[in-house]
Design a protein around this ligand. Structure first.
Ligand code: MRU
Length: 348
């Protein structure tokens, strides 16, 4: 378990989140008591990373259930549906958000839940289960990846996919952590990940705490490192993987994958099955979040572009499946063609 928790349910009936906007310089926690506040926190990126925002949305619904003032199940279900809609509108790309909301809402609609108390307990239990399963899933992803990691390895990682981006342990960063715990000599080249610097701020912070050797590099430096310094593999996370393996992840992932392909460096995607969207056939169908241009023109409050400069800020890109060596899940490793291998892992 990590020394910190990205998100936690408190017995007082609140959700506590570590404010990822302030890291690594300040460690600040906030408590939330309502789904609408959780939706705002997701949008503002107090919490971020696909599995973490899925858990946050589930806990947001639990807050609605636990703090309701209504006294009948029909009214509570209506309140939950309203909260679900608000949470769905927080961020569009990570499918975990929608999957977690759908799962909690399906539980809430169970006809056997005949009292408000029963409904409250069921919704909170489901949210807790989503959070607990995430940790186990990530540990298994790390173990499944072990045979793919050389005993001595230089690894490029993009964005942040660690304990902060999940409930604990992490996906791509969990793989690196497992390899390190198993005695492999890993050295991580951490893409700083403009514009919000999830790599330079968050991944570096996590690796430092775990005692894993790393260097932060500029996003544009990965090609140079692959060509001149020897890189054994790249591993990244995912926000949504289409049924054919096309993968939406943090902006810049596509560039990294193309350069890895050019240099014959294996390019792995680490993702729980909850990130595979079997209803989306290809990456072209995935909605890409556009974020405020201020994230490009400023770093925190410091303006870095000329007054009036326009900026475009897509938060994610789609890496075509053809650039992906394998997708590592908790159920095993999928190889191309992904339409078949992913469906097999799902149990079809
Ligand atoms: O905008 P963010 O920081 O939420 O983007 C996060 C990523 O792109 C991660 O790589 C992805 O969510 C996987 S996290 C295990």
């Amino acid at each position: 378990m990590s020394a910190f928790r990205s998100i936690e349910w408190l017995e007082s009936g609140a959700v506590r989140m570590l404010d990822q906007r302030r890291l690594p310089l300040e460690t600040v926690y906030h408590e939330y008591g309502a789904a609408v506040a959780v939706a705002d926190a997701i949008r503002a990126m107090v919490i971020r990373g696909a599995p973490a925002i899925g858990a946050a949305a589930a806990y947001g619904l639990a807050l609605t259930a636990v703090h309701t003032a209504v006294s009948d199940v029909v009214s509570l279900r209506a309140e939950l549906a309203d909260s679900a809609e608000r949470l769905r509108r927080s961020r569009p790309t990570a499918v975990n958000l929608f999957g977690a909301i759908d799962r909690v809402m399906a539980r809430a609609l169970d006809d056997a839940l005949a009292t408000v108390a029963a409904l409250q307990t069921a919704v909170l239990d489901e949210a807790r289960a989503i959070a607990a399963e995430d940790v186990q899933t990530n540990r298994q992803i790390g173990l499944n990846a072990l045979p793919l990691i050389p005993d001595t390895a230089t690894i490029i990682h993009h964005c942040n996919t660690g304990s902060l981006a999940t409930v604990d342990y992490g996906t791509a960063l969990g793989i690196i952590r497992t390899a390190h715990e198993q005695g492999k000599k890993v050295h991580v080249l951490v893409d700083e990940t403009r514009p919000r610097l999830q790599g330079g701020r968050l991944t570096a912070w996590e690796l430092q705490q775990q005692g894993i050797p790393f260097q932060v590099i500029a996003d544009g430096a990965s090609g140079h490192f692959m060509r001149r310094r020897g890189v054994d593999l790249c591993v990244v996370g995912a926000d949504r993987v289409a049924a054919n393996g096309d993968t939406a992840n943090k902006i810049g992932t596509y560039n990294l994958a193309v350069v890895a392909h050019e240099n014959k460096v294996p390019f792995y995607v680490a993702a729980p099955l909850t990130t595979i969207d079997f209803a989306t056939q290809t990456g072209d169908e995935i909605e890409i979040e556009e974020r405020p241009s201020r994230e490009i023109t400023h770093i925190r409050d410091c303006q870095i572009t000329p007054d009036g400069a326009e900026a475009a800020n897509p938060a994610f890109d789609v890496t075509p499946a053809g650039y992906i060596t394998a997708i590592i899940t908790e159920k095993g490793v999928a190889y191309p063609p992904f339409a078949e291998s992913l469906a097999r892992l799902r149990g079809e």
